[in-house]
Design a protein around this ligand. Structure first.
Ligand code: CTP
Length: 403
């Protein structure tokens, strides 16, 4: 997925041990299609050489305000013209202080001040005490107030041996934040609640009834909604997936737990997207002990009870969120999906054929609403999720804040 195709990014390195991660970050940005111009402060060159960054980027690396390689010797102006963003990673304590005060005494600080409307993304990297120092916190607040976006810092073990906040985010996290930055903010300010994954209904302490849902589509939608500017709460059945950045996740096992978690949040949500493959039935009386085989070979007799229909329940709430359902069908997609949409009472239902999408990385969707069927072509689940979020944003009734 080349989300950064035709995007030129100025990657600024300042002094810090996290400079070694900037090499990987550069590669990851390029993998996603970005063209990267590297600018380094003098301090950064003590941690990684310009030669390394030049070899990886395949482009000149800029160090000096007086660099004559830029046509009119105006690197501090020309490098940001036409750039999609300036990304400072790692950003040192000193460099953040400079930026907060508008100092311009080297190429990187000068081009930041001279960048005009080009977005500034900053990934701080420093010792925990330096990060927590009131002056650094003041500078961070000032940079945010000036419109810069701070990415992290993360927390964990630090190069100095201390543990805590101040670590630079990992290259993949920074990459995802940069990609998210460029997604249209079609759900800015909206609260989105989602369910995802399978549910798992206990038979006894070691056995469960579950299904083959991987959770990939629900997690991709949670990520796409967060990228679109929404505040996202995910209620997830058991999956092996990482929770997307910025998404608050509640992990559950059974349909009853999922139902309870959703109902606790539903009235505060603007949009509810039910992606989970909720088990239709739960075992009525799970055994407290492991079931033993009968000597005569007779299989166990399990009694089932029907689980609550979470989506239909939310759709019935007075002043509830705008609801989107999913229908994973094995046949007659159109008839089954439209019937399901009406039965559940939801304005939008997303249909797909199980054999084409379950546990796969790609999916082909058809949206069903009161105007009919609208196909979304086969593509990776994250791209399909972004297309679906745009479709939801177009259909979701615009709510005006009450005066
Ligand atoms: N759903 C739900 N709670 C349930 C069952 C389903 O919230 N107990 C939601 C799913 O998350 C999905 C939609 O309802 O958004 C349709 O799920 P599906 O399993 O396809 O439909 P069912 O209602 O279970 O109908 P059937 O199994 O008869 O096709």
């Amino acid at each position: 997925m080349l989300e950064l195709a035709r995007t030129r990014i100025v990657l600024g390195l300042t002094g810090g041990i996290a400079c070694y991660k900037a090499a990987e970050l550069l590669r990851r940005l390029q993998d996603h299609g970005a063209q990267v111009d590297v600018v380094m402060t003098e301090a950064a060159t003590h941690f990684i050489t310009p030669t390394t960054m030049q070899a990886l980027s395949g482009r000149p690396v800029y160090l000096d305000t007086w660099d004559a390689r830029v046509a009119n010797s105006m690197a501090h102006i020309d490098l940001t013209r036409g750039a999609a963003a300036v990304l400072i990673a790692p950003a040192s304590t000193d460099f953040m202080a400079k930026l907060a005060h508008g100092l311009a005494d080297d190429l990187l600080s000068t081009l930041c001040v001279a960048r005009g409307e080009v977005p500034l993304l900053i990934a701080p990297a420093m010792n925990i005490e330096m990060w927590l120092h009131p002056a650094t916190q003041r500078n961070a607040a000032q940079l945010r107030a000036d419109g810069a976006m701070l990415l992290g810092p993360g927390a964990g073990e630090q190069a100095c041996g201390e543990v805590g906040a101040g670590r630079m985010l990992e290259p993949d996290q920074i990459l995802r934040a940069v990609i998210a930055h460029f997604q249209p903010k079609v759900l800015a300010g909206k609260r989105v609640l989602l369910t995802a994954g399978p549910t798992s209904e206990p038979i006894d302490p070691v056995r469960v009834i579950t299904n083959r849902s991987s959770g990939k589509m629900g997690y991709a939608l949670a990520r796409a909604a967060a990228e679109a500017g929404a505040q996202v709460e995910l209620i997830s059945g058991p999956t092996a997936l990482d929770v997307p950045d910025g998404v608050i996740c509640t992990h559950v096992h059974t349909a009853a737990e999922m139902h309870q978690a959703v109902m606790a949040q539903a009235s505060q949500a603007d949009i509810f997207i039910a992606v989970a493959a909720v088990a239709d039935w739960a075992v009525a009386h799970p055994s407290p002990n492991k079931l033993k085989k009968h000597a005569d070979g007779r299989p166990p007799e399990l009694e089932f009870i029907q689980n609550p229909d979470i989506l239909a329940g939310v759709a019935r709430l007075p002043n509830g969120p705008w609801c989107v359902g999913f229908a994973a069908e094995t046949e007659n997609l159109h008839e089954n999906a439209q019937a399901k949409r009406l039965r559940k009472g939801v304005p939008l239902l997303v249909g797909n054929l199980v054999q084409q999408s379950m546990d796969a990385d790609q999916t082909e969707l058809v949206l069903f609403d009161d105007k009919g069927a609208h196909p979304i072509m086969r593509q990776p689940k994250l791209d399909a999720a972004r297309a679906l979020i745009r479709a939801i944003a177009q259909r979701h009734p615009i709510t005006h804040p009450t005066p």
